[in-house]
Write a protein that binds this ligand. Structure first.
Ligand code: MLT
Length: 312
């Protein structure tokens, strides 16, 4: 779209339903954030935003799909920290994490929790470590594929405890949670946006939270540092993107709607219930997401190169 045609298109925007692609399965943590934010943005834009789940390969299949979509404002992409780990982990990606997208803004930083099936024998992190060491190779660890948040947290956890676990990949931690509830896998490290209600309902065991301080939403849950693993902190940042070439007036409209959604009392309350909060308005902007993504790609690529772990 060029010149006056582009302007007319942008002025009429949005004139039909918008699709927000989530690169993980439905019912999981990224899906939860996307549905909440998408609904509120849709109200502001006076058009429905529907969620399309394109899971697999740690989020890279969904990213590749959006990179190829028309840059007309009707396909958006909500992804998390995985957008910054994939360039280091995957030597062959058929998109560029920076150049294939127009950033819209940061959304939230979500804490993670170490959780296990309800009848897992260990009662605290100390017992969990002892059990894992005594049962090497037998303890199964669910994750959402290489580059997912659950994969990264699991890698950090295994490094911290000095033991390997048998990983079981899923298209998202939504389905992984179903298997944890059913007892088919032993444990995982997953975002509070997916674990809070199951922990509070007593359906799974929770050992620790990956933030520096305890969460107001689950004050009884100790931090990993309190549990004997200091310096192990993870928070899963989320961002919203459009395909490269989406006209600036459309990006501006989407940035405005994102900022309104992040101030929506319903979104704020739900985030608080799930142990998180929206980012400050200054971060819900294209420049802030662009800068954050670049620095995170540098940071993770260095960590990944040092560890020598690759997806292919
Ligand atoms: C999901 O939505 O399934 C998660 O964000 C997966 C993950 O990164 O662990």
């Amino acid at each position: 779209l060029f010149g006056s045609a582009a302007l007319a298109h942008a002025q009429a925007y949005p004139s039909k339903t918008i699709t927000m692609v989530v690169p993980f399965a439905a019912g999981g943590p990224t899906d939860t954030v996307a549905r909440l934010v998408g609904q509120s943005m849709g109200t502001k834009l006076k058009q429905q935003i529907i969620i399309e789940n394109v899971g697999g390969a740690g989020g890279t299949i969904g990213a590749a799909r959006v990179a190829k979509a028309d840059p007309d404002g009707y396909t958006l992409f909500l992804h998390h920290i995985g957008q910054s780990t994939a360039p280091g982990l995957y030597r062959k990606l058929n998109y560029n994490a920076i150049d294939s997208f127009e950033p819209i803004g940061l959304i939230t930083d979500v804490p993670m929790t170490i959780v296990a099936r309800k009848d897992f024998p260990a009662k605290d992190i100390k017992e969990l470590l002892a059990y894992v060491k005594a049962n090497k190779g037998k303890v199964t660890y669910a994750n959402a594929g290489v580059g997912s948040a659950s994969h990264l947290c699991g890698m950090l956890f295994m490094t911290a405890i000095g033991t390997d676990l048998t990983t079981v990949p899923y298209k998202g931690t939504g389905p992984a949670m179903n298997d944890l509830l059913g007892g088919q896998v032993d444990f995982m490290c997953d975002q509070t946006t997916n674990t809070t209600s199951q922990i509070k309902g007593g359906k799974i065991k929770a050992y620790a939270v990956t933030t520096k301080s305890r969460l107001a939403s689950m004050p009884d849950l100790p931090t990993l540092a309190e549990s004997g693993l200091p310096g192990f902190e993870v928070a899963v940042w989320h961002g919203l993107y459009a395909p490269k070439g989406t006209p600036k007036p459309i990006i501006d409209a989407l940035t405005g709607a994102l900022q309104v959604a992040l101030k929506d009392p319903v979104v704020k309350q739900r985030f608080a219930d799930l142990g998180t909060e929206p980012v400050a308005e200054a971060k819900a902007r294209p420049e802030a997401l662009r800068a954050h993504l670049k620095s995170e790609i540098d940071r993770w690529s260095a960590i990944i190169n040092k560890a020598g772990v690759y997806a292919d």
